[in-house]
Design a protein around this ligand. Structure first.
Ligand code: ASP
Ligand code: SER
Ligand code: ZN
Length: 643
């Protein structure tokens, strides 16, 4: 009886498969790779519909197979993306889109199956890891869609928007200016108000109007897909898929409120220095700062204008740019690798060195924005970036290598868990390390800081204090200045996805938030035809951003914990964990978990705390905060229309 039912079932399956095969063969020219893959997926899904998706044992086997297949799928998608980003041609673009679509088909079929197991999981062992894997898998794929036409349109439109960003450039006197390295260099080194304005406006004009219709379409499609998958909108899909967080919006708000007093002090002090630097430009001493004067295209990190705002110019401030001029890109990467090795983490693999793109190639067009990719194949991890000889680049190298270290530490986990505890943890690894790298003690040991001879105030008992304040100012320009930016990008996008802000108000709302949180104003009139958000990489690439906000807070918690493990005593800002195996072991214990545990548990492993908290970052900057309050005694702290 059982046998007979089974064989009937088998034959009915075969009939269906045959039908699908003929149908697909008749209606589709099986040309592109993705349609073959898609076709196979349809067949597989059809076959698997006949199983019942009820037992935990089946689910386990299913997961074992799916984890293997997922690595294979990720490898294909990563390969196509990396090939495209490091050699932008139309052909590579087509391949990238095809690979993304194939991935979508595969994921969609498997998410459906995972959901079936989940809906039957009430009889699985309580707290079963099977349930967690299924959940993480489903959560990680909030934009899969059954609708092939919609997916294709979504991929193609996103891809076109990315092209607008990567192709954007300005020309002046026969010279071409891309965002990296040319415009980035102007923004960070030029002190000519009008030249800065030219670069700032030109970059936005080159992107905004072209990007806006594409961006708007992508928003609509992402919302559609998100709703099909049970989310209220794409913003919610992002929040859930990256965080396992309740109340991420109010948590962000509360954390930001805790650091706001420090930010406002920094802002007031920098504003005064800019008024002195650019007199007669109408900068309002109690208003917002024109957004193009902060050393960065987006006013997101201000450390490049350290020369303008150094608290004590007469005691030497750190500047690694000079010594870096004799470095090659490879040597900068080796320096980062050496730090990770010194705490007992792994060296980069030979594939890493052979296949990474560490400099801008001369023979082809590439996407320069720094990134790190896990290829889900033994030893295959790569970075792509266009490094130059600046401290900023050296940071990015450590940042990206932090991602690679995370990939390597969790590579033995099942594919579903080969991910960060949450997205912010992934962003925080390399940055945590740079908090040690940037200490004057470390830089001097590396030969990146000449033993400085104070130019004035020599021998004063305050010299050490002044150097500390200079140092903290430099780090604050990078880390504290970033926080409101890291917050407002997704504040704006959450509102966009929710439909609270409509396309005709996109740019107006953008600037409202820029002013409200960052205290920045546009240096020229903006209209609703402008679309300044798209001038930021992560907006045009639809990469969630709130991860960086959390990372910039969490990295100070991590730094504090690693310093404690390293036996550091004294002020947190002076800690350098170089060569501390104990710190390295603690870091490894976090990284090797990947996504296998809810992030508060991973957080607890390293810090003993289960939350993102501002105590460490506030303690780190306490001396500077006190100094700023005194320095700003006569200032209007804050800016008009603030609240
Ligand atoms: N992917 C990094 C960032 O976007 C690289 C960079 O800093 O450029 O987080
Ligand atoms: N790497 C991120 C960015 O470039 C955060 O610093 O925006
Ligand atoms: Zn990153």
């Amino acid at each position: 009886m059982v046998t007979q039912t089974r064989s009937l079932l088998m034959s009915s399956r075969l009939v269906k498969i045959f039908l699908v095969v003929s149908l697909v063969a008749m209606t589709r020219s099986v040309a592109a790779d993705d349609s073959i893959d898609a076709f196979l997926e349809e067949v597989k899904e059809l076959v698997s519909r006949e199983t019942e998706f009820t037992s935990e044992t089946d689910a386990k086997e299913w997961l074992a197979r799916t984890n293997v297949a997922l690595a294979e799928q990720n490898n294909k998608a990563a390969t196509a993306s990396f090939n495209y980003a490091t050699n932008i041609t139309n052909e590579n673009r087509q391949k990238q889109v095809a690979a993304a679509l194939a991935m979508n088909r595969w994921s969609n079929a498997h998410v459906i199956q995972a959901k079936k197991y989940l809906s039957n999981s009430n009889n699985f062992a309580p707290g079963s890891d099977v349930i967690r894997q299924l959940k993480i898998f489903v959560q990680g794929e909030p934009f899969v869609s059954k609708d092939a036409a919609l997916s294709r349109k979504l991929e193609e439109t996103s891809s076109k928007l990315q092209v607008v960003y990567t192709d954007a450039h300005l020309t002046k006197n026969g010279k071409t200016y891309y965002i990296e390295p040319e415009l980035t260099e102007i923004m960070s080194t030029s002190r000519d108000y009008d030249e800065l304005l030219w670069a700032w406006l030109g970059w936005r004009d080159a992107i905004g109007p072209r990007a806006k219709p594409l961006f708007t379409e992508v928003v609509t499609m992402l919302n559609l897909v998100s709703r099909q998958n049970g989310f209220s909108d794409a913003g919610e899909a992002w929040r859930v898929s990256n965080y396992e967080f309740d109340n991420i919006e109010s948590t962000t708000h509360d954390l930001y409120e805790e650091v706001r007093p420090l930010y406002e002090q920094l802002h007031a002090y920098v504003r005064r220095k800019l008024i002195q630097k650019y007199p007669g430009r109408g900068i309002d001493p109690s208003g917002g700062i024109p957004a193009h004067l902060l050393g960065n295209m987006w006013g997101q990190q201000w450390d490049s204008i350290m020369d303008v705002v150094t608290p004590y110019p007469l005691v030497a401030a750190d500047n690694v740019t000079g010594p870096l001029q004799s470095y090659t890109a490879k040597r900068m990467f080796k320096m980062a690798e050496d730090f990770f090795k010194s705490i007992g983490l792994d060296p980069m693999t030979s594939t890493f060195w052979n296949k990474s793109m560490i400099e801008k190639p001369r023979d082809r067009h590439v996407d320069c924005h720094g990134s790190a990719t896990d290829f889900f194949k033994e030893g295959d991890y790569r970075i792509k970036m266009c490094s130059v000889r600046t401290g900023e680049s050296l940071n990015t190298i450590h940042h990206e290598m932090g991602h690679i270290q995370y990939f390597m530490q969790y590579h033995r986990q099942p594919s579903i868990y080969r991910t960060g505890a949450n997205a912010a943890f992934h962003e925080a690894v390399g940055d945590t390390i740079t908090l040690s790298v940037k200490t004057p003690g470390h830089l001097r040991a590396m030969g990146l800081l000449k033993t400085e001879k104070p130019k004035g105030d020599s021998g004063s008992e305050n010299d050490e204090y002044k150097k500390d304040i200079n140092f903290l100012m430099k780090i604050a320009l990078e880390k504290i200045a970033f926080l409101p930016f890291g917050y407002m990008i997704d504040r704006w996008r959450w509102e966009v996805f929710r439909g609270q802000v409509t396309p005709e108000n996109y740019n107006r709302r953008w600037w409202e938030l820029r002013r409200l949180y960052q205290g920045l104003i546009p240096p020229a009139r903006r209209t609703q035809n402008d679309f300044d958000p798209a001038a930021k990489f992560h907006v045009s690439y639809f990469i969630p951003y709130i991860r960086y906000f959390f990372s910039f807070i969490g990295q100070f918690q991590f730094h504090e914990a690693l310093c404690k493990a390293a036996g550091h005593t004294g002020p947190l800002q002076k800690c350098d964990i170089y060569r501390s195996k104990k710190a390295g072991d603690l870091l490894k214990s976090l990284l090797s978990l990947g996504g296998s545990k809810p992030w508060p548990e991973s957080m607890e492993v390293i810090t003993g705390q289960r939350k993102f908290k501002t105590d460490a970052i506030l303690e780190y900057f306490k001396p500077l905060h006190d100094w700023l309050k005194r320095a700003n005694a006569q200032e209007h702290v804050g800016w008009k229309n603030h609240h």
